[in-house]
Design a protein around this ligand. Structure first.
Ligand SMILES: Nc1ncnc2c1ncn2[C@@H]1O[C@H](COP(=O)(O)OP(=O)(O)OP(=O)(O)O)[C@@H](O)[C@H]1O
Length: 246
């Protein structure tokens, strides 16, 4: 039997008691490559943040075979403040903090690995550049280099290819596929259904409640996508209680 890296058991996550994700059950197998798809406001980021341990379940539970401190996480680009005056190198080496400890100091070996990660993402020579001066694609490459350095066994990506050109997207998809080939568990929120169908063997389709979770060709059907859209049209963000029975 395939071992689960993360299991969700009747998971409901709420903001100020308004549920954003209802009664989701299922598991991410170790080494699986899963897309999370669904309309805007479907609860995809909320689900990731709950899996990361940033949001507590209002109901149900999350079981993790690997503790969440060992996860690598790429937040949505919009959630990152790039005005902070740090260099590309300093940003990448923060990927080693969990190993070295924030005050343990980053040694020469970690800096060498960070340089190698920058080469791997096509940013050789960018070490001293302030992150605020990078294009969106270069910044996303920097964050992927940080994930490479982090060397996590579970990697969680929130819209990793949004506002990124096709060449950068292809380079970053190659890195995702390499992580999958190395046996890491990878989960990514994606809006591009073609990318999902082409590269992600598993899909979790959500519209606040779970529409489907399993092999991509079985989940990304016209019928399921239509149901997700229909649910999205009916959402009431001020619904006081969870209306879907467990
Ligand atoms: N911090 C928050 N406080 C209150 N409500 C929130 C918060 N974050 C998200 N929500 C609400 O929870 C619901 C789900 O949001 P979420 O960001 O998880 O959706 P999403 O599927 O990731 O959307 P998108 O595709 O637009 O990024 C939305 O109604 C959103 O307004």
């Amino acid at each position: 039997m395939t071992q689960a890296a993360i299991s969700l058991e009747n998971l409901t996550v709420a903001y100020n008691r308004h549920p954003a994700v209802h009664h989701v059950s299922g598991s991410l197998a170790r080494g699986s490559l899963t897309a999370i798809a669904g309309p805007n406001g479907a609860g995809k980021s909320t689900l990731l943040r709950a899996i990361m341990g940033e949001l507590k379940p209002a109901e149900g539970e999350i079981r993790r075979a690997v503790p969440s401190r060992d996860y690598g996480y790429l937040p949505q680009a919009a959630d990152i403040n790039r005005r902070f005056p740090v260099s590309v190198m300093d940003t990448v080496v923060t990927g080693a903090w969990k190993r070295a400890g924030a005050f343990g100091g980053i040694g020469r070996a970690e800096r060498r690995k960070a340089s190698e990660a920058l080469v791997a993402v096509g940013l050789e020579g960018f070490e001293a550049r302030p992150i605020g001066s990078l294009s969106a694609g270069q910044f996303q490459r920097t964050l992927f280099a940080r994930l490479l350095l982090q060397d996590a066994s579970v990697i969680i990506l929130d819209e990793p290819f949004t506002a990124i050109d096709s060449r950068t997207t292809q380079d970053l998809i190659d890195i995702v596929l390499r992580w999958h080939g190395e046996g890491r568990t990878v989960v990514a929120v994606l809006h591009d259904h073609e990318q999902v169908r082409q590269h992600f063997p598993q899909t979790l389709l959500i519209a606040r409640e779970l529409i489907g979770w399993g092999p991509t060709e079985e989940v990304m059907t016209d019928q399921n996508l239509k149901r997700a859209r229909a649910l999205a049209e009916r959402w009431d963000d001020n619904a006081p209680v969870c209306e879907v029975p467990a």
